[in-house]
Structures are given as C-alpha cells and as structure tokens.
Design a protein around this ligand. Structure first.
Ligand code: NAP
Length: 497
C-alpha cells in the first residue's frame, strides 16, 4: 500500500478514508479510554513519544522531503512533538486540569441546608484534529491538538494534511502502536487522509465528533466553524487562523543599534520563508531620523535575503498574489525585494511601507516573508491604530529603559488585542510550556479564551460536571474525600495541595 493514500482506521491500514468507521470506533473507545487512571493515560502518552522516536529517522526524512523544510528544523519539531506529549503526561499525573472543587454539605446551615457538591472536569468525547501544513509534526498528526485531546481523555480522529502524507502516516503508525501496546481500544486514534475538503466536512459534521482542533487558513477555519455551528448539535471549533503579529519599535530601541535590530527583524520575517503563524508581518516605526535608519537597514537586509521553497505551490501562489496586492495598493511603496530562490515556489521576500491611512488595506495575513512597515508620529498617534487592529496571536515591543513609560501604556492596549505580548524578542518560536498562550481574539483564533500551545490547551476538550449528594461509595476517584490521586483541590473555597 502506498503511504500517499493510506488512512489508519482504528488500527487498520486502508486506502479508503472511512470517516464513519473512524468516528464510530472513536465513540466506542471513549468509555474505556476516559476511565483510564492518570498513570495509565500518562504512560500511554509517553509511549506515543517513544514510538515516534523509534521511527525518528524515517519521519524526519519524509517530513523534510514533503515540506521542503530543512532536516534540522524537522528534527527540532520531532523533539518538540515528543516533548509536548511528555509534558501532557506530566500534566495528567499532577491532575490540576481536573479542576476539582468540593463544597462539603452543611446540613445545619440556616435558613436552608447546603447539599454536598463536588465538581470536576470530564472529557468531551471524540475530537477531530486537522493537521497543519506548516508544522508537519508539532501541529499535525501527534501534535499539540492531538496530545492535549488525548490527555483530556478524548479519542482523536486526525485529518492528515495532504501536503505531507508520508510523514502523517508514519506518525499515525507510531500512535497506533502505542494504542495497541497500552491495551487500549483501537478506536482511541484514527488517521484519515484525502485531498479536498469533503473528508474534513464529513468529519466536522459527524454526530459522534464533539470538538475540533484546526490550524490553517482563515477561509478553512471559518468554513469549519460554520459547518460545526450548523449541525443539529453544534460543537466547539478551536481554529487558529490568521495573524500579522504587530511589532512596535520604540525610539530607545533604535538608539541602541538600528543595524542589529533591523537585521534581527528581517531574520524573523524571512525565517522558514515566513511560513509561521507568528511571522512579524506588520511593524510600527517612529517617524524621524532614527526610524529612517532602521528602515534603510531593514531594506538592505531584505534585499540580501533569498527565498526558499515554500510548503506547497498553492501557498507560494497565495504569497505571490498577496505581495502583488500589497505593492499595488495606493499609499504603499516597496522598500525592498529580496532574491527568489531556486525552483518555481521560492518567491522573494518583500518589504513595503504603507501610509497609516492604508493600514486596513494591508492588514490581511500574507502567509510568507512579506513585511509591512507603518510610521507613527507619537504614542498618541500609535495607540488608536493598535486598538483598530484585528485580534492577533502576538504583539512585540522593542524598547529600551528610556521607553518604559510608553511601553507600559502599550501593554494596556495590546493585552486586549493579542494572546502573547513579548518584549525585545521576536514572535517566531513558541515555547511549549505551562505559561504559554498561542491564541488570541478573532481572527487569530475562533475562540480567544484559550490556547493551542502549552498545557492550558487541554481545557479545550473538557467540561465541568457537578456531582450533588452522590453517595461516597460510588463517587468518581477524583472527587473522593480520601483523594486517591493526590490532587490539588479547592475545598470549601480554599486551595488544598
Ligand atoms: P487550509 O487551506 O486552511 O487547509 C488546512 C486543512 O483544512 C487541510 O486539511 C484542508 O483540506 C482543510 N480544509 C480547508 N478548507 C476546508 C473546508 N472548507 N472544509 C473542510 N476542510 C477544509 O490551510 P493550508 O493548506 O495549510 O494553507 C493554505 C493557507 O493557509 C496559507 O496560504 C496560509 O494563508 C494559511 N495558513 C495559515 C497558518 C497560520 O498558522 N496562520 C498556517 C498554515 C496555513 P485539504 O487540503 O485536503 O483541502
């Protein structure tokens, strides 16, 4: 069987992406899987990581060949993927994601007695995950969405991305081996692969699917949100879609070194052909001589930069159309164009300057190394422009100590606009950890209350249940007084470790 068209439905490899068989198996597996103890579930997640590592070389070779991304970058993604799985194993063992709260009964309370009420999180049910084109491993088959859904206790059906079918199948095989080794029902994990939107639409509208994780285009994400909302039983879609990640350069930052700052900006802009959801697509620069120096240096760096082959021809075409549209917009001037790389799909990086009045016209994501610079007079001029931007994954502030008063005011505006604010760094590169937020208001995501990277991502796939006066002998382990899993809980309003 060629891997290009292989689906793995509940452990069985086949060429038909049979969505109904996958979701039926997932629904059947749910009761056994959600009843696993924290230790069983954590050990399973760790074993997925181990199985991926066992086939590491083949996975790296397939993903690098299919995505045109360098092997070193892909090797890093393997580490990130396995690290993510192990992080969720630790989270499951600690168990704070279960959010246990206990309000003990107060039979003597006047005027009315209080019942015994205990709360914990339960998993939603089978989750559909759409693999991303730009992270063939870390945001794909066993990436953050899959790891967090499995950690929550949800079976997963992955819709593989057609841009990296072999890498997808190899990782799916690794997950399948781990499911079998753990003695879990095979329906805990399935992988469906096909070109075209039909399989994805069928998955999202399947009545057995209870939530969706997605990374990709705004159009694709919104189509899935609409399909999920139109179901007889609507379900949540956690779509991470589009962001231009504004960078604000404050004057003090340029005073400490325009050349270095501009070079670092262009490095981030052109990294991986700009194919990062956190690519710094929009930069606000002060007017005046300092800003001029920065822009000239950034222009030189872009002119010297060479494009590399993009993930797919479609993405390269979308980049070409987007950069042409930007360059042709009234009030926009091209500052610099870099060199096209070898092959048809390695377009040149582009940097343009747009008049502030044109901000709206250049605020759509152009996926790739396309930078827009807008100049500002003063903070009073800048703050309303930031407030008008759409929701973003990140905002970056380049600052020196002399700018701190202004920077503090920026935080007040930006925290309502983005999922992550960073100082004196660059947004490309997202740490996987407990404090990370990779989310943000629409259209950065379809639901800005959460994150798709980091341990908080688990909360997307569970919901709270209160148990009132349930007899002690039959209470779920997580909410029992004797606390067999050693959970941190809020008892009568107070946190108890
Ligand atoms: P995409 O076109 O949104 O596709 C992502 C996945 O969703 C694919 O599996 C696709 O299936 C599926 N899909 C798309 N539209 C659908 C629909 N209406 N119904 C059901 N399923 C649907 O994203 P892409 O292929 O990764 O890249 C295209 C563009 O997405 C890029 O040019 C870029 O603008 C954007 N993008 C953004 C990010 C980000 O993080 N912000 C990341 C990657 C891509 P098929 O491919 O099988 O049709």
């Amino acid at each position: 069987m060629t891997t290009e068209h292989t689906s793995i439905i509940a452990g069985v490899e086949q060429t038909t992406p049979d969505v109904v068989a996958a979701t039926t198996a997932a629904a059947q597996a749910f009761s056994v899987y959600r009843a696993t103890t924290p230790e069983q579930r954590a050990a399973f997640l760790e074993s997925v990581a181990t199985e991926i590592e066992a086939d590491r070389e083949a996975i790296i070779a397939a993903a690098a060949a299919e995505s045109h991304l360098p092997e070193g970058r892909i090797a890093g993604e393997v580490g990130r993927t396995t690290g993510q799985l192990r992080m969720f194993a630790d989270v499951v063992r600690v168990g704070d994601h279960l959010g246990v709260r206990i309000d003990p009964a107060q039979p003597d309370r006047a005027p009315l007695p209080r019942a015994d009420i205990r709360q914990r999180m339960v998993p939603l049910g089978p989750v559909a995950v759409f693999g991303a084109s730009n992270f063939p491993l870390a945001f794909s088959t066993a990436g953050g969405d899959t790891a967090s859904a499995l950690a929550a206790g949800c079976p997963v059906v992955v819709k593989g991305h057609p841009a990296h079918p072999r890498a997808g199948v190899l990782v799916a095989r690794a997950v399948t081996l781990a499911v079998a080794a753990a003695g879990l029902p095979a329906g805990v994990f399935s992988f469906v692969l096909d070109e075209g939107i039909e399989v994805g639409q069928q998955l999202v509208t399947d009545p057995r699917i209870t939530a969706v994780g997605f990374t990709g285009s705004r159009g694709g994400g919104l189509a899935l949100v609409a399909a999920a909302a139109a179901r007889p039983v609507p379900i949540p879609v956690y779509a991470e879609m589009s962001s231009i990640n504004p960078v604000v350069v404050l004057p003090g930052a340029i005073a400490s070194g325009a050349e270095d700052l501009a070079a670092a900006y262009v490095d981030s802009l052109t990294l991986g052909s700009g194919q990062f959801c956190t690519n710094p697509g929009l930069l606000f620069l002060p007017k005046g001589e300092e800003g001029d120096r920065f822009l000239a240096a950034a222009g030189r760096a872009v002119s010297a930069a060479t494009g590399t082959q993009m993930l797919t021809s479609g993405i390269a075409e979308a980049y070409a159309a987007g950069t042409q549209r930007q360059a042709a917009t009234e009030g926009v001037t091209v500052v610099a164009t870099g060199q096209a790389g070898e092959g048809a799909d390695a377009p040149a990086p582009q940097l343009v300057e747009a008049a502030a009045e044109q901000l709206d016209a250049v605020s759509d994501e152009v996926f790739g190394a396309a930078g827009v610079v807008v100049r500002y007079d003063s903070l009073e001029d800048l703050l309303p422009q930031l407030a008008e931007l759409e929701g973003q994954l990140t905002a970056t502030v380049q600052t020196a100590e002399s700018d701190h008063a202004d920077a503090a005011r920026l935080i007040e505006v930006l925290e309502l606009k983005v999922g992550r604010i960073l100082f004196n760094g660059w947004p490309t590169g997202v740490e996987v950890g407990h404090a990370m937020v990779h989310g943000g208001p629409f259209p950065a995501t379809s639901d800005g209350r959460t994150t798709s990277v980091g341990s908080l991502a688990i909360e997307r796939f569970q919901r709270p249940v209160a148990y009132q006066d349930v007899p002690t002998a039959i209470q779920p382990a997580a909410i029992r007084d004797d606390n067999p899993w050693g959970l941190t809980r809020r008892v009568d309003g107070r946190l108890e470790a």
